[in-house]
Every structure is written in C-alpha cells, then in structure tokens.
Design a protein around this ligand. Structure first.
Ligand SMILES: N[C@@H](CCC(=O)N[C@@H](CS)C(=O)NCC(=O)O)C(=O)O
Length: 267
C-alpha cells in the first residue's frame, strides 16, 4: 500500500487531511506516507504537472495506490471508510447526517472566511505588493477556482468590510461549536465521539488563533474554548502542527498579529 500527499505545511486544507491520517495511526510524513511539499509561494500548484494531479490548482491531493483523490472533505471521508479504526463517523444514520451537515457548513462558512484575513494580513502583501495591476490580473486569470476571489481581493489584500464579515462568520462558527458542546454534552462537536467535524474545523480555528483572533471566542465561549484546549492535547493535533506549519513561524519576517494590523490598517 502506498499513500502520497501533495500538501503544504501551513495550508489549512492540507492540515485537515494530515490530522485525519494521524488519527488513523499515520502521523509521520515520510514514514507513514510520502510527503510531496507544494510551495504555494512558488506557485508549484499552478504548474502543468500539478494541474494534471489536481485540476483545481489547490492543495491537498491524495494518492492511494496510484489513485488520485482531491477535496479535503472527500479525502477524509475516504480515509474513514478505508482505514476503519478509530471510526470518525457516527454509526447511527441520523447522527451521521448531522455530522455531514457540519461538514457542509465548515466548507461553506469558516473555510471560506479564514481565507480573508489570511490573504489580507499575509499572503497578498507578501506575494503581490510588487506586482503591476496587469501582472496581478494575469495571475488571477491562471487560477482555476479562485479568479473572482483574487479579483475581489486585489493585490493589496481585502478591506475592512470583508475582514469584518469574515470575523462575524468565525464568531458564528465558534458559537455553534459552543452550543453543540453544551447540547450534546461534549467533549466533541458530536458529543462523546471525536468525528470528522472536529478534524475539519480544527485547522481553521488554529489559523485564527495563530493570527491572534482568539478574542473572538476566548472571552465568553467557555465550552468552545475547552473543546479547543482538549483538541490541542490530541497526539494527532501535535503531529499535524509540526514546527513550521503555522504562518506565524513559516513567514515570521512578514507576519503581523491581528492587533498590530488593527493599528496599522484600522481593521
Ligand atoms: N475545497 C478544497 C480547497 C483547497 C484549497 O483552497 N487549498 C488552498 C490552501 S488551504 C490552496 O491550495 N490555495 C492556493 C492558493 O493560495 O493560491 C479542499 O478542501 O481541498
């Protein structure tokens, strides 16, 4: 059996798959699976070779015995079906449907929201400040899935309005996790069982925490804060967030916390 992962250390979607692999007893890149690191800053994900593997031009891409799978949510569901222990999906069909509702919500709301401060605070200023408008527009045109996202962002990054909406969406996510823990009795989103819902949202909350947005939940969402603390103690979490896998470390020379950015840019 061979497993290969095309991934990027700090990419939240790659982290979702790495955490699932670790839960399934495969925590070590280059020991349990072959790690193909894609340098997003070098646009490795837009090369003709990589686009043959993932035509969407994004990471991750997962290869199991030569079969390529894309889309982090589909990959983790596949992993849970093929590597059966420990089970990360409830047995009961109703509970399973509820977990899948969480998965759709995580893709539609926090996954999209987290991109906004990530690009506004770091990726856009770091990668595109020196681009001419023409070069930036040409670059946006090369992106199979994100042309509109980049055009809306511009090479200067997002503005206050987009940041404010993204923060609202993350706050909503945190409130929903808090309510789920309280109503299901915790310690995880679906109650006693640790599931794919926890796996898929963990890297998004970690990215927000890394950027200094913990104040969105820490002051009043006690159950959600306890959930995140418990998550951080799982061996799979520690395997996923190995040194260099957070943007504050990986890009320390460009990185600014949300508080610093508030002072500089007013949001
Ligand atoms: N829906 C896809 C989204 C993948 C995605 O957006 N990956 C990001 C990194 S987290 C990426 O490759 N971005 C390319 C870029 O920044 O241009 C999935 O879940 O696999």
């Amino acid at each position: 059996m061979t497993i290969e992962l095309y991934h990027t250390a700090h990419s939240t979607c790659s982290q979702k798959v790495r955490m699932c692999l670790a839960e399934k007893g495969m925590p070590h890149p280059d020991k349990d699976w072959t790690a193909n690191e894609i340098d997003l800053g070098n646009f490795d994900h837009l090369t003709p070779e990589y686009l043959k593997i993932n035509p969407n031009g994004v990471v991750p891409a997962f290869v199991h015995d030569g079969v390529v799978l894309i889309e982090s949510s589909a990959i983790v569901e596949y992993l849970d079906e093929v590597f059966v222990e420990p089970k990360l999906t409830p047995e009961d069909p109703v509970e399973r449907a509820k977990m899948r509702a969480w998965m759709r919500y995580i893709e539609e709301v926090p996954t999209v929201a987290v991109r906004v401060p990530s690009f506004a605070n770091l990726f856009a200023p770091m990668r595109y400040t020196d681009y001419s408008d023409e070069k930036f527009s040409k670059h946006a045109g090369r992106l199979p899935l994100r042309k509109r996202f980049y055009q809306r962002m511009t090479k200067r990054g997002f503005g206050a309005d987009d940041i404010s909406y993204a923060k609202e969406q993350i706050r909503q996510t945190c409130e929903r996790i808090d309510q789920a823990i309280l109503s299901e009795g915790g310690p995880w989103i679906m109650g006693q069982q640790f599931t794919l819902a926890d796996v898929l949202v963990a890297p998004l909350i970690d990215r927000m925490s890394d950027m200094g947005y913990e104040r969105l939940w820490k002051e009043d969402l006690i159950a959600m804060t306890a959930w995140f603390d418990a998550l951080k103690k799982r061996p799979s979490f520690q395997a996923t967030f190995y040194p260099g896998s957070r943007i504050s470390e990986r890009y320390s020379e460009h990185f600014k916390t949300s508080r610093e950015l508030e002072k500089i840019r007013g949001y």
